[in-house]
Ligand binder design. Structure first.
Ligand code: DGL
Length: 261
């Protein structure tokens, strides 16, 4: 049984490419449709109502593309939108936080830090989901709103490095054993963060998330085993900026199509 329909992946900008990259690596025969919503970025400063309105348009766009699944690569929308959309569409929906929480909860540590956007942190989605599986885990949540802007601007001047270091030092005061990079943009910063703390302290949920998606696609008979690999990129604004910022992590070869939603 094969299913050649595409898989939608979306985020507010380039951040979701951290998930996209992992997916493409382990699902090389799938067709992927990526949407970067630069017009509405940053999501982390938006209200739940705004995110629902925006998100539903993106889901409708993916529905018009006959996808078999949508990957909510974006932590912020997983935190605020998933509960609203999960029953509304007839394709699979994979939210990052709810998907990886169990594995985070079962890590062999007693404390976890979580870096995420304001909206994700204020929702306590990571903490609540992790505690569902392990009530003994101590979870330190910290919003790092400036980091999204730094990644999207692809500007790593000294002042921006200082912002990254200060955010990390604030978290380190709690002495967490590991720090979850709970926003898709943050794994772009792992080399910079690793200048100030051991690299293996940082968890990029994208790796586990992609594996879980693959397992579920197989279990649900939705995998495409024929070589039909294809990628389409759409953005709601600034196609050139997207390609530029994407270079750091996943080379987007053609200019994405501007899609006004
Ligand atoms: N990258 C998104 C996330 O994972 C949101 C970043 C933003 O637009 O604020 O939460």
């Amino acid at each position: 049984m094969i299913n050649k329909d595409g898989i939608g992946v979306y985020d507010s900008g380039v951040g979701g490419l951290t998930v996209f990259k992992e997916l493409v690596e382990i699902l090389p025969d799938e067709k992927f449709i990526y949407f970067g919503d630069l017009k509405n970025s940053p999501y982390g400063e938006k209200s739940k109502e705004e995110l629902i309105k925006i998100g539903e348009k993106i889901f409708d766009f993916f529905a018009s593309k006959n996808v078999k699944a949508v990957v909510m690569a974006c932590n912020t929308t997983s935190a605020l939108l998933y509960d609203k959309v999960k029953e509304e569409y007839d394709f699979k929906i994979y939210p990052v936080i709810q998907s990886v929480a169990r594995d985070l909860a079962l890590l062999d540590v007693e404390s976890l830090g979580v870096f995420a956007t304001d909206a994700t942190i204020n929702s306590h989605a990571y903490k609540n989901q992790i505690l569902k599986y392990n009530q003994k885990m101590t979870v330190y949540e910290q919003a790092c709103p400036n980091l999204v802007k730094i990644v999207e601007s692809n500007d790593f001047c000294e002042q921006n490095i200082d912002i990254i270091r200060t955010d990390l030092q604030r978290m380190l005061l709690n002495k967490p054993e590991k720090i979850v990079l709970g926003c898709t943009h943050y794994p772009f910063l792992i080399d910079i963060l690793s200048r100030f703390a051991p690299k293996d302290m940082f968890i990029n949920p994208a790796e586990k998330f992609a594996q879980l998606i693959k397992e579920d696609l197989i279990k649900s008979n939705l995998i495409n085993k024929e070589s039909e690999f294809e990628q389409e990129f759409y953005v709601s604004k600034d196609a050139e900026n997207f390609v530029n910022a994407a270079k750091m992590f996943y080379p987007v070869e053609k200019l994405p199509i501007i899609k006004n939603l």
